[in-house]
Design a protein around this ligand. Sequence first.
Ligand SMILES: [Zn+2]
Length: 354
Amino acid sequence: MAGKYGDFYPSKWGFPKAVREGNMPSPKQFMPDYLDDPSFYERGWHTENLGDGGNFYWVTGPAGYDAGFVVTGSGVVVIDAPPTLGENLQSAIRSVTDEPVTHLIYSHWHSDHIGSASQFGPDVKIIAHDITRELLTRFPDKYRPVPTETFTTDETLDVGGTRLELSYKGADHCPGNIYIYGPAQKVLTKIDIVSPGSVTFAHADVSENISGFYQAHDDILSYDFKALIGGHISRWGTRQDVEIVREYWHDLLAFSQEALREMSSSEALQGFIVGLGRENQLVGAENWINSIANYVTEKTLTKTTSNGQTWPERLAGATVFTKYHAWTVAETTRTERTHLGYQTEGNGGPFYIA
Ligand SMILES: [Zn+2]
């Protein structure tokens, strides 16, 4: 079967194959040294101490999933347990301390970030948001035990005198996705919003609430932090990393609003949908949304940004994933944000859709 070992699965109805020659490589500043170190791939983990205080660690693995842990003096508090890191997370912890893992915090309910939680056994305290407990109760998974302690808005976790402030500010990447902040260390964990140095994975990292995804960038910046654990891609981030990707997302939003104004009038829709015949209206619908996404992609990738460079020069993955982000931002600008008006009685325009 084509595609089984990394080759592409082609289909005339599917996506075109991306090629190296057709895309920009990751900017050099995106590539830390350990990515070129064979021992990283043999060992399966890399850890660094972040911020102030010397006890807040970040861990990453070759698959590009990141987690954290805090050594308190009376036990280790682990933040997330990605299955791609799996037990290598424990190896990373043992490389700096003999203390047992006593607490595990779930950033959000997604399996790709907490799907090896069961490795810590039945005695570990698991802290998460109420919604995470609800989701894991509705959709049980032996690898993701149901949290033992949950909260609604704000919670402070004090273990051995080390304080962690947990906060929920509403749905973004998914409902129940929380902020985990060490005020002494000035380290913030907020998963699947900012992937430092990169445009992140397709469709705003497959986020459910794009207005909330945007708001999360501002909420991250409202914290006084020296280091951000974002969950991807084998990098921790600085304040400047967050400001850069925030600018990228706001370019996508502005161009989406522009494209929707241009291509969502009843006249434009007549061309896309009715023009092909009503029996082909879904072909027209695909052309309509993809034309909007193409417009946003083109404008975003060719723009000279605030530092004089283009996005492909500043952020890894820009030529690869911008088209997916453009699609998602355009579509959710249409569904989540205010629009141009509504239909007046007895005609097809002028604000057929917005
Ligand atoms: Zn997620």
